[in-house]
Design a protein around this ligand. Sequence first.
Ligand code: UDX
Ligand code: ADP
Length: 452
Amino acid sequence: MKICCIGAGYVGGPTMAMISLKCPDIKVTVVDINADRIAAWNSDDLPVFEPGLTEIVLSTRGKNLFFTTDVDKAIADADIIFISVNTPTKTYGIGAGRAADLRFIEACARRIAKVSKNDKVIVEKSTIPVRTAESIKRIFDTSGTQARFQVLSNPEFLAEGTAMTDLENPDRILIGGERSPEGEKAIQKLVNVYAHWVPKKKIITTNLWSSELSKLTANAFLAQRISSTNAISALCEVTGADVDEVAYAIGMDDRIGSKFLKASVGFGGSCFQKDILNLVYLCEHFGLPAVAEYWEQVVSMNNHQKKRFTVRIVHSLFNTVAGKRLAIFGYAFKKDTNDIRESAAIDVCRDLLAEQAQLAVYDPKVSSETVLSSLGLGAEDESVTHCQSAYEAAEDSHAIAILTEWDEFKDLDFEKIYQSMNKPAFIFDGRNILDLEKLRAIGFEAHGIGKS
Ligand code: UDX
Ligand code: ADP
């Protein structure tokens, strides 16, 4: 059995590494048109930071896991092809700002149709709008190829930062396919891959459209919980309630459950906002404006939360941050990843720069170039300094904003940091990871999310 995965990104790389580890009998080839990315996957410095990933890649690379830019050969050889390319929000034309840009998916389908000589199972791994499989099938059916294809939907539920444990121990594996004899055969083929390590009862099969829609729905529900908590956090700040206590109290209710109730400066990542906007667009497309509006509020609340955080900083610092050095602790959209896509840090920093603040940014895994380019700045720009440590960033600053919950921030020597800062010294904990009372005892003016 041979597997090819098109797209060596945050989803394709880790997922194929896990398959190669658990299925020594399967040859897994990951391809990408980005030669730099492939070179990085073949080096000691992988392009994706994910705890546990390097160890797995080092143990299987060159044995049954391969990374190459030879897309056509890998497609031609494969029995199963995963499409794991990016599906960003469209920035142009019809549906701009909301619909998914499917041009990379379509390019893959056309490539597969062109170079395939034998029958294959095509697996949609990327998150896509419901009924995308229909378009892919149309491309195959009209391509004139002799090869026959079965299209499956197998969305990825891994979260960055915990990708390897999520992949090893998934809550469920979802496989959608056509409910025909050929479709069932293709589904079974993919079930057999996961059955190498995932218990059968956790592998669920559905029709294609249910699977495609389940992914968008899962992300919309998760994001909705965060926006709901963040909405309540604003109320906590003006009433004396503590959002962590409220979340704990409601999370004890089995029907609600304790996960994904953590108030924050706002959710980020490549999925939540993109998928909800995609859902909104689909609802509008199918003539359901009230449903579209309902889900759009989840994103609006998130934007409001990011804005609220910046406003709180500016108000606290006597309504002006112009010319003041502000330390930014964390830039990634969450801990244990080097990914900054849709990170709340980007919006907060952009708004603070608009107030003419001087930013000193430290993130353990995000490079200076990544920070600057996300803000549209060049290397020579003096409004942003990239620092090698949290201590360096804090020195001479007026305030610290914690935007990512990296564990190392909890172990910092805040007495030492306090001494090195301008007074009054402020901390705005956008992730509620610090003990505000302790910081106040040192002398800080400390603020959390949803805490008065
Ligand atoms: C998400 C889904 O969890 C995953 O199943 C899907 O396949 C892809 O999208 P990911 O974006 O990697 O994964 O990260 P996730 O852990 O879901 O966090 C998303 C954002 O929400 C982060 O910015 C995180 O900090 C924030 N968050 C999460 C909160 O603010 N509060 C919470 O309680 C949980
Ligand atoms: P994700 O988080 O969904 O994995 P990424 O952007 O990290 O998204 O990865 C997607 C990868 O897919 C990128 O490395 C990109 O170069 C690759 N890609 C996009 N289109 C194609 C294509 N037609 N053929 C091969 N690789 C592609």
